[in-house]
Design a protein around this ligand. Structure first.
Ligand code: GCW
Length: 717
């Protein structure tokens, strides 16, 4: 038996050693050689003579990307030309340049493609066409073709039209000017401000390529906890270099605006939005920005939240603050994205309710170029949250979704956690704001309330680690975010499949076992961290590891505020007998969340204080269910390890080992979460851990005394 295992082991080792070493830098743009000989020949034929007319920067990029991809994927090099010839087999040209083809009946109209859309079409005779109204549409279409090829899918009978469902598809970097990244777990910031504007790290171009390949069209390069220095002329010049690199990839730059900048940068005595000098300062600053960067996207603002300055410092409203900046950028078509993530420990009400209380009365008071950016849930990027009640409630203000791609509360990039199921869960949630089917997605895409501005933001997980995101599987979250921002109707599974095929291999055995592992990873993590609607029970400040005992200081930054464990039971009563946060949802939703019998178990302790011996949907008591979830979550990580170990022959040794070692950490930490939480809650339930489960390895005191210093992502002392 041992010998047999050894032989298998050696075979696996030799296969994976024969794969080219990879460090993950290439992300999903690896352009691996096409392994299927027939398909290779077919691609070779279709890509025999590629024609991309035009000399714009974007058209040159298209040619370069195609050459790079084709040289790497196919055996025989192909020609990429700039002038149309009769031999062309693939033509990438704008609709208004397709004179020879205008009689193709299936050719899309200008309206159907919009600014960023594209069409791929194979006419019965003539070349395969990629067409669009704009250069960017052509680039997106090219990346579509390359995505298709990387998955080794057939190109015959291709006929599709693609258009993004949301206008602004942004990354939010929480990157500081000193290159630390708030809640960043993949090294330092990729923006090397010190060497800008003169030295442009080649990484910026690869960043642009990766983002364009998934349709991201904007990047807020600085932290929402903003530094006004970025608005200085010196830093704006640095930003100009970045903007120039990103522009031909269809990516606009945005900045976070510190509300007190007129004082800090302008030397004024006030930043009051109604003060004329303040207004003039912003106008002057904005003019300076647009002179350097004519397509500057606009400002993202965190105000009067967690110590940031804001209009309320001058007894003005969030709308007055937002409008100050909106008026300044309006002449240049800029936008202001104002965050709804506001709450204060000085307000006695449930934190869950505060953003609604603050923003609903302001509906209709924002300028047309303002979007309000709302986190997916009402607390803060927890492993699971019900959707934020603001979605659907604000009828006259475009709401932008904010997801967190970086894993602040979900393992700080040591845990394999595929987030597309989380994003989809929120987007598909029914707000009932205009009757059944009023999903969160239909609120943010503007279809329900006919908003002209629409958008989505993802808090970036990118750093200067060689593989960009720390965990090799965290790349999937960047990818999935972009794909869903483009088309939220894609399924999390489809996206996982695409990503796996491009990032690792198209081998069906690999893909078929990895898709379910990725898909399950969300529920697995919820189970070992915050099952049954528990939330915000992590360690203080750095948020790494469990901390259900955290108490003292600002109540809304403790764990006991959220789980409310006592001798009777567990959970936050947010029904009419408690904080009544349920009332902020539309009646149909409030009815379901608010009634103990109707509330799904996944949100139970979010909305209800449940007795330890009450029976849940599974038939188990709350205490038994809690144990069951924590134990099954931790066990599932061990299974993930086995699933991964079985993939050794499909993955190069470097990335294989990297993932295997991180899974080891995850397995250890899942047990840590399980044991710490179970022991903590056991003090209240007074019940034994059901038979059949291992006992925790240590005492509660042991877990409470674990101290982690220098966790990345925060200001460490
Ligand atoms: O998730 C919390 C984080 C803060 C962050 C804040 C926010 C940028 O703990 O680090 O600050 O949210 O979203 O503004």
């Amino acid at each position: 038996m041992k010998r047999y295992t050894l032989i298998i082991g050696l075979v696996c080792l030799s296969v994976s050693m024969s794969l080219k070493a990879e460090n993950g830098y290439d992300l999903w743009l690896r352009y691996a050689p096409i392994s299927d000989a027939n398909l290779e020949q077919n691609y070779q034929k279709i890509l025999g003579t590629v024609v991309v007319p035009g000399y714009s920067e974007t058209q040159q990029i298209i040619r370069k990307e195609l050459k790079r991809a084709i040289t790497s994927m196919l055996k025989t090099p192909v020609t990429v030309k700039t002038t149309h010839t009769i031999e062309a087999t693939l033509l990438i040209a704008k609709l208004n340049e397709l004179h020879d083809f205008s009689n193709i009946p299936a050719l899309a109209s200008v309206e159907a493609l919009g600014n960023e859309g594209y069409q791929l079409i194979q006419p019965s005779n003539g070349p395969l066409l990629i067409t669009a109204n704009s250069d960017i549409g052509l680039l997106y279409g090219t990346f579509h073709l390359l995505r298709h090829m990387q998955q080794q899918l057939s190109l015959t009978e291709l006929n599709l039209i693609q258009k993004p469902r949301l206008k602004l598809r942004l990354l939010n970097h929480w990157d500081n000017l000193d290159r630390t990244v708030e809640r960043g777990y993949a090294g330092f910031s990729i923006w090397d401000w010190h060497k800008l504007p003169d030295y442009a790290d080649p990484r910026y171009t690869d960043y642009a390529r990766a983002n364009a390949s998934i349709g991201i069209n904007g990047t807020v390069v600085t932290n929402v906890n903003a530094n006004a220095l970025v608005l200085s002329t010196q830093y704006l010049e640095k930003l100009t270099t970045l903007a120039n690199i990103l522009r031909p990839y269809g990516i606009k730059v945005y900045l976070t605006a510190r509300f007190s900048a007129p004082v800090e940068q302008g030397g004024l005595k006030t930043a009051d939005p109604l003060n004329t000098e303040v207004q003039q300062w912003w106008q002057y600053k904005v003019r300076e920005i647009y002179t350097l960067i004519p397509d500057f996207g606009g400002f993202l603002v965190k105000a009067n939240s967690e110590g940031q300055p804001g209009p309320q410092d001058y007894h003005r409203t969030h709308a007055q603050g937002a409008n100050l900046l909106a008026d300044a950028v309006a002449p240049y078509d800029g936008v202001v994205i104002w965050r709804a993530f506001v709450y204060s420990h000085e307000v006695p009400d449930d934190r869950h309710k505060q953003a609604n209380n603050e923003f609903l009365p302001l509906d209709g008071k924002f300028r047309d170029n303002v979007l309000v950016q709302v986190k997916n849930g009402a607390i803060d990027f927890q492993p699971r949250e019900p959707f934020h009640p603001l979605f659907g409630s604000m009828k006259q203000t475009p709401l932008m979704m904010e997801f967190q791609i970086t894993q602040e509360y979900t393992g700080c990039a040591t845990h394999l956690f595929y987030q597309a199921p989380l994003y989809k869960e929120t987007l598909d949630s029914d707000t009932w704001c205009k009757g059944e089917g009023s999903t969160v997605a239909s609120v943010i895409d503007g279809s329900l309330y006919k908003n002209k501005l629409t958008g989505i933001a993802g808090v970036s997980n990118i750093g200067n680690d060689f593989n960009w995101t720390g965990h090799p599987f965290a790349q999937a979250n960047w990818y999935a975010y972009g794909r869903l921002a483009w088309d939220y109707q894609l399924s999390a599974e489809e996206i996982a499949k695409e990503w796996l095929k491009m990032t690792f291999t198209t081998e069906p055995n690999f893909v078929e076992s990895m898709v379910p592992m990725m898909m399950d990873s969300r529920e697995v993590l919820v189970n070992y961290m915050t099952p049954i609607g528990l939330h915000h029970i992590m360690a203080r400040n750095h948020h790494y590891g469990p901390g259900p005992w955290v108490t003292g200081g600002r109540p809304d930054w403790t764990s006991v505020y959220y789980h409310r464990a006592d001798k009777q039971g567990l959970g936050f009563d947010r029904t009419a007998t408690g904080s009544n946060a349920v009332n902020q949802y539309f009646p149909e939703v409030a009815r379901v969340f608010g009634q103990r019998e109707l509330c799904p178990d996944k949100y139970l302790l979010w909305f209800h204080h449940v007795g330890w011996n009450e029976t849940l949907a599974s038939g188990r008591t709350l205490w038994d269910e809690l144990c069951y979830r924590y134990y099954s979550g931790a066990d599932a990580v061990r299974q993930m390890q086995n699933q991964w170990d079985a993939q050794a022959d499909f993955v190069d040794t470097e990335r294989f080992t990297h993932v295997a070692e991180l899974l080891k950490i995850q397995a250890k930490e899942a047990r840590w979460w399980r044991d710490a939480c179970i022991l903590h809650f056991q003090q209240f339930s007074g019940q034994p851990i059901p038979e059949g489960y291992d006992q925790p390895a240590h005492s509660l005191e042991y877990y409470m005394n674990i101290e982690h210093r220098f966790v990345p992502g925060i200001k460490n002392e």
